[in-house]
Design a protein around this ligand. Structure first.
Ligand code: ADP
Ligand code: ASP
Ligand code: MG
Length: 357
């Protein structure tokens, strides 16, 4: 079994979704799980729309209209006239619920993390439904399953932690029971044990695919994106960047953790534990082998594999004689940051009286 994940650009419009269908049709093997992101740009649009609504700025309606048009146009271009009205009416009814949620945020003048998760989930809910319908029409043996029934988490909205024991069991039960060759799943979204909707963090569709791959002991996890693999630097910014044909889990984890957005950092952990390789491929250049990530150390040993950068980082410098020899001072710094859900990426003790975070 293979798990294939297609990111936002790969499913951004009808033309790209048709390329995805060609790739999935050619994938061999008995069973293939296909995980999809929201149509490119929709997650940001949903979050911006929610923020505007919470600020009681009624221009949120213009953004909502854009979200609606993107989905409705994609359906009109992909689905034949015969099935169009059924698919359109299902999507319109979902969009009505989304509109009600946004009206709620507008009326009360705020969004809670829980409401925000509900609003943002429409990206993947709609994309997976539309793509599933298109695949069925194209004659693929496909079933669309609800990721919320498979991926179980705690109830921390925004970036929930996965309950692997429960999730692994649910994945095995549901995927094994499904007779279809292809199973399509929404990435990024999950649900808590008491049924509330949760999400796995920005970029989390990669993680959904890895969780399913590990639960099913898949032979390979393929991450299909808009570049031909993991590069020595972000190829969209550095024109001399070169693709890395083969890299170890540890090296890939380090590059992704420090800014190589092509792979969401938590993705590697579940597949590493099972020794499942990850292949990063380009939807727009499917013949390119891309990058393969395995447990084997690269023969080049400890050479530099790539250069990354992280945006939106704050440098916090704490200094003063009051820090010297006081037990628990570091605990207090980190506690405050953790209470505000701030993740510390690097810690440098410059001297006894100076700590840089
Ligand atoms: P998707 O929507 O398919 O998940 P992402 O936008 O999350 O795609 O990740 C792909 C992007 O990651 C590329 O378009 C590229 O700009 C960026 N990127 C950053 N660093 C790297 C790197 N070292 N190698 C490849 N891509 C990188
Ligand atoms: N759509 C979500 C995001 O943009 C998840 C993903 O695409 O991986 O963050
Ligand atoms: Mg991504």
């Amino acid at each position: 079994m293979k798990v294939l994940k297609f990111g936002g650009t790969s499913v951004a419009n009808s033309k790209n979704i048709t390329l995805v269908k060609d790739i999935v049709s050619k994938s061999e093997g008995e069973k293939t799980v296909v995980v999809v992101s929201a149509l490119g740009g929709i997650t940001d649009l949903l979050l911006n729309t929610a923020s505007l609504a919470a600020l009681q700025d009624d221009t949120y309606k213009t953004f909502l209209k854009e979200i609606e048009d993107r989905h409705l146009n994609t359906i009109k271009e992909l689905i034949s006239i015969n099935s169009q009205s059924r698919v359109l009416s299902k999507v319109k009814s979902e969009l009505n619920t989304l509109e009600t949620l946004l009206e709620g945020a507008f009326l009360i003048g705020e969004t809670t993390p829980r409401l925000s998760d509900k609003i943002v989930s429409y990206g993947e809910l709609l994309s997976s439904f539309i793509i599933g319908e298109f695949f069925t029409e194209a004659g693929l043996d496909v079933a669309h399953k609800d990721s919320r029934d498979l991926i179980k988490t705690d109830d921390v909205n925004g970036k929930a932690a996965v309950n692997f024991e429960l999730t692994n069991q649910l994945c095995k039960d549901l995927i094994t029971k499904t007779p279809h060759r292809i199973i399509i799943l929404a990435g990024f979204i999950a649900s808590s044990e008491n049924g509330g909707l949760t999400t796995l963090g920005r970029g989390g569709s990669d993680y959904t695919a890895a969780i399913v791959a590990a639960a099913m002991n898949a032979e390979l996890l393929e991450i299909w994106t808009d570049v031909s693999g993991m590069y020595t630097a972000n190829p969209k910014l550095v024109k001399q960047a070169k693709p890395i044909p083969h890299i170890s889990y540890e090296e890939a984890m380090e590059l992704s953790h420090f800014g190589a957005k092509v792979l969401y950092p938590p993705t590697i952990q579940p597949v590493l534990a099972k020794g499942i390789s990850i292949q990063i491929k380009n939807t727009f250049e499917p013949e390119n082998p891309g990058t393969i990530i395995t447990k084997n150390k690269n023969e080049k040993g400890k050479t530099v594999r790539g250069i990354t950068h992280v945006e939106n980082i704050a440098l916090l410098s704490l200094e003063g004689p009051g820090m010297v020899g006081i037990p628990g001072i570091s605990k207090r710094f980190f506690e405050v940051l953790s209470q505000s859900n701030i993740s510390v990426v690097l810690i440098t003790p410059v001297s006894y009286t100076h700590l840089t975070l």
